[in-house]
Design a protein around this ligand. Sequence first.
Ligand code: KIV
Ligand code: ZN
Length: 512
Amino acid sequence: MADKLIIFDTTLRDGEQSPGASMTRDEKLRIARQLERLRVDVIEAGFAASSNGDFEAVKAIANVIKDSTVCSLSRANDRDISRAAEALAGANSSRIHTFIATSALHMEKKLRMTPEQVLEQAKQAVRFARNLVADVEFSPEDGYRSDPDFLCRVIEAVIAEGATTINVPDTVGYAIPELYGNFIKSLRERVPNSDKAIWSVHCHNDLGMAVANSLAGVKIGGARQVECTINGLGERAGNCALEEVVMAIRTRRDYFDLAMGIDISQIVASSRMVSQTTGFVVQPNKAVVGANAFAHASGIHQDGVLKARDTYEIMRAEDVGWSANKIVLGKLSGRNAFKQRLQELGVQMESEADINTAFAKFKELADRKSEIFDEDILALVSEEAVTQQREQYGFVSLSQHSETGERPHASIVFTVDGKEFTGESDGNGPVDASLKAIEMHVKSGAEMVLYSVNAISGSTESQGEVTVRLQNSGRVVNGVGADPDIIVASAKAYLSALNKLQSKADRVAAQG
Ligand code: KIV
Ligand code: ZN
């Protein structure tokens, strides 16, 4: 029988560390539910000791997820580990993931500790964690750039203390596939008790090789866990992309001969949810989840695919959850049809009241847009989930005037803590005028570091999905808004970013 490969998703921890990708507790909860539908084995839900917000998110996820193991990261100290255990207390299956850097550079310059001190702290941390939970993962940070002799000593010692998974990170994305694969292989051969733990790979994408390195760690090195994120989200150039590593192993089963529990039909829905929540747009030519990943433009390719799909297709778009860009619902569609489509798209609503609210928004949209695609429904429910949170700022209505040769003017009505305000401004363009009209009243002082518009279903009849990234006092947040009118979508995105800035400020204040 084929060995099982464990898929460990760290979108909510390492992925969220990407500047601007920070998510609220409810957004994380929604993504965790989707990861459970995707049937990942382990969800790294956050870093419980890093903030009250992270603690609450890990706790909430631990309390609702039933099928996946829920994990929290923690530094190698008692306080962090206790916090992680506390947050994970309600989980069906929990894991503590503790780490300490082992490369000479990190130990000397960052930790200012000797190798012997690091070894001792790693042992103590794993011992302490094993007293709290049965499933303990240990990571030697910057493991790939660590001295192999020292690394073997640390790994042997932490396995002896009860670590059940050993993860070898390429923290800075420096590895080359063959070298990384052989590095893992040699560690497994040299550590005397290596068979007492599952070996795991964790690769960053700085040289664009995170997926290749992870696959080499599995094939050459014999690792049986891959750490990855949806869409490869993560700091700098990101992490190993879940959808790519999973589809490589599945498509080339002949070569890898490994079994996985993943439900691949949930891949596209997961990708969309992460992209819509964080505002990190997926590049069109991205493998598996990019808009062009299955589009055959050239005549020769189209002709071949029409005659026999496997002439140019190694995977089937529908298997990973792509649906043809067809009209699914319209103005006359009823609540039952809407509810059924939500189920088919894997969207779970908490209650009938939530379905009613989403259905009312759908009707509103259908009045303005004759053809409703799956993408519209997903954007609508993602926006719905955001607006259900207690929010300070809300969109009400907007009017604007722009004409060639004249300076555009906008008037916008929005709510602050439920009370309506009207703001007016002119600007370089109608979007600029609308956002200035909000800012003149709110006076957030935030700097806009990104503004992008994307057509949800690809044509001018589509809804525009706008992402606004704001930065204020070292905090970076993304707001996303969707509407057939891109000026309205922009205002919604701006208000959503202001809400996130506000909730982040509250979280920081709460931590004192
Ligand atoms: O990249 C890294 O080293 C990490 C560890 C904390 C596992 O994310
Ligand atoms: Zn990492």
